[in-house]
Design a binder for this molecule. Structure first.
Ligand code: MRU
Length: 352
């Protein structure tokens, strides 16, 4: 099957079909979400993951809630949105999409639209958001291609990435992985270094799966290999996604991203964050204000249900870290490339 057939989110008649990303690529399974609780659990348990896709699931989760109501009440609509937003705390896309869906539903409610009309409009809103992200992703890929050409000319490059930011995370082209896929289509990717991304292995399981489907040459590496590879001049540039970018350019992304950025800075390797404006939260002044999701112990002490650490061992399992803006060469969004070293540039580009 081609990658396009592995759609992570599909709305069918009156329910949501989600590709169960927990078992990919070994098992290709789907779950059906018929209620808002199903959508909440699918986000929390990471059946569906990646900042944009959890946002889209939030929209469809709200549609499922609307369908279940006899009559719509504004306060209950807002509470349903708050419930969905509490499923995962770090990726602001979830809050962005759900807030917009709630506002839209509420404006229709105030306009005396029927429950059926509101339900259908929210489903359509979900579809539209995915389509619109696809166009934005392509713009980001084009900006990145121009930037790489400026730095390296036409020579094929060795690009590194972390976590999974492709089709499975976005439901369309992808952010950082979209950049890499686009550059490969231009014939300019020599090889991709895929960080395995512990403990959930989004790199090994999902990014490597996507690159295999797209026939892009890659090698999986353990995260500890980053310094070795960079010191030995085997990496030309690094592209990662984002879960929340705040006003000064500090960026929350999958745990391990910050370490990668610091090593890249040390060796003078360009480090880019690629994310749509729905990943920006300019209400927060800097990264110290971002809530970091803590995940369960057994993601570290066990592997696929098999115990690997000592019985009763405690863990610290932050799922994200914050990359300081001073480590970032550029943040690529649909409005262009933000240079975080220029104070205020982020706010100028975001408002453009
Ligand atoms: O915990 P996950 O798998 O949802 O984390 C995903 C990431 O950190 C991605 O890098 C980020 O959401 C960007 S997705 C385009």
């Amino acid at each position: 099957m081609s990658l396009a057939q592995y759609r992570p989110i599909v709305w069918e008649a009156d329910h949501l079909i989600l590709l169960d990303q927990r078992y990919l690529p070994v098992k290709e399974d789907f779950i059906t979400a018929k209620t808002i609780e199903d959508a909440f659990t699918a986000i929390k348990d990471m059946v569906v993951r990646g900042a944009p896709c959890i946002g889209f699931t939030g929209i469809y989760g709200l549609a499922l809630w609307i369908k279940s109501q006899d009559t719509l009440v504004k306060q209950e609509l807002i509470a349903a949105g708050e419930y969905l937003k509490s499923s995962r705390p770090t990726a602001v896309n979830l809050m962005y999409e759900v807030d917009r869906a709630v506002d839209y539903a509420n404006s229709m409610l105030q306009g005396k639209k029927s429950k059926e009309e509101i339900y259908k409009s929210i489903i359509q809103f979900g579809h539209d958001q995915i389509t619109s992200l696809e166009k934005k992703n392509q713009k980001m890929a084009d900006y990145a291609a121009e930037e790489l050409k400026k730095i390296y000319g036409d020579r094929p490059l060795r690009l590194m990435t972390h976590c999974n930011t492709g089709f499975l995370a976005c439901g369309c082209i992808g952010t950082a992985l979209g950049v890499i896929s686009n550059y490969n289509k231009l014939g300019k990717v020599e090889q991709v270094w895929v960080d395995e991304t512990r403990p959930y292995l989004q790199g090994t399981r999902l990014t490597a799966f996507e690159l295999t489907k797209e026939k892009i040459p890659f090698k999986i590496v353990v995260e500890g290999a980053a310094s070795y590879l960079m010191k030995n001049k085997k990496v030309d540039a690094i592209f990662v996604g984002a879960d929340r970018i705040v006003a000064n350019g500090d960026t929350a992304n999958k745990i391990g991203t910050s370490t990668l950025s610091i090593v890249a800075k040390h060796y003078g390797i360009p480090f880019f964050v690629v994310a749509p404006l729905s990943s920006f939260d300019t209400s927060l002044p800097d990264g110290t204000h971002i809530e970091i999701e803590m995940r369960p112990d057994d993601e570290i002490t066990h592997f696929r249900g098999q115990q690997v650490g000592p019985y009763g061992a405690q863990t610290e399992n932050p799922s994200f870290d914050v990359t300081d803006h001073t480590m970032i060469t550029g943040i690529i969004c649909e409005n262009g490339i933000i240079r975080p070293e220029n104070k205020n540039h982020l706010l100028e580009v975001v408002k453009a």
